[in-house]
Write a protein that binds this ligand. Sequence first.
Ligand code: COA
Length: 193
Amino acid sequence: MTARPASAADVDCVAQLHAARINEGFLTSLGIPFLDRLYRRVLRAPDAFIIVEESEHEIVGFVAGVADLGAFYRRFMIHDGALAALRAAPRLVRAIPRVLETMRYPSTTADLPVAEILAVAVATDHVGRGLGRQLVDAATTAFRARGIDAAKVVTTSDNPAALAMYRACGFVSSAAVEVHAGRESEVLVWTAS
Ligand SMILES: CC(C)(COP(=O)(O)OP(=O)(O)OC[C@H]1O[C@@H](n2cnc3c(N)ncnc32)[C@H](O)[C@@H]1OP(=O)(O)O)[C@@H](O)C(=O)NCCC(=O)NCCS
């Protein structure tokens, strides 16, 4: 099994894996059509990437990274906002407070790197075999290839698997934030050595 850059044909599977495996943040609550649109934008963005793990023609893991999350969200809103909102409504109406919290979050970590791992997930029947670590290592390699030598990731403090994986890949806990009110998250930072 090897990690490889995603193609447009992989985006459906990436969106489905995100929806099935990631229950933190508001993105999942907006539904698969919204995630599909988001990841198509990631794939098209010159300063963003998706890397997938494939096993027997099935996508069993992915990682997505962006060079500047705030700039990426702003671009997404300009290009895809109206259509994505239509696709996500009425879920979007219910999620508005969490959307606003997420849009505000990059400015609350102004002293930390702007490059960020947006999401990483491994299919349930493939966890615990080193795929998560391989994907995160591939992401830091992808950042390096773009001349980026530091990046951050945010995960909820009650996600021991994600915290262990990021630490195993050299990320260091650097801040505690409440991206969403009442749910504590950690910001972990990777710096190229
Ligand atoms: C987080 C996740 C991607 C880890 O994937 P994985 O393939 O099981 O991880 P790995 O097998 O590569 O393990 C990486 C490290 O984390 C540790 N680890 C994995 N699961 C763990 C758990 N439940 N508790 C404690 N440590 C754990 C491993 O021991 C390993 O450490 P080591 O390399 O020092 O031995 C996977 O559990 C997942 O998809 N979770 C749901 C989505 C999610 O939470 N994503 C992160 C937030 S966006």
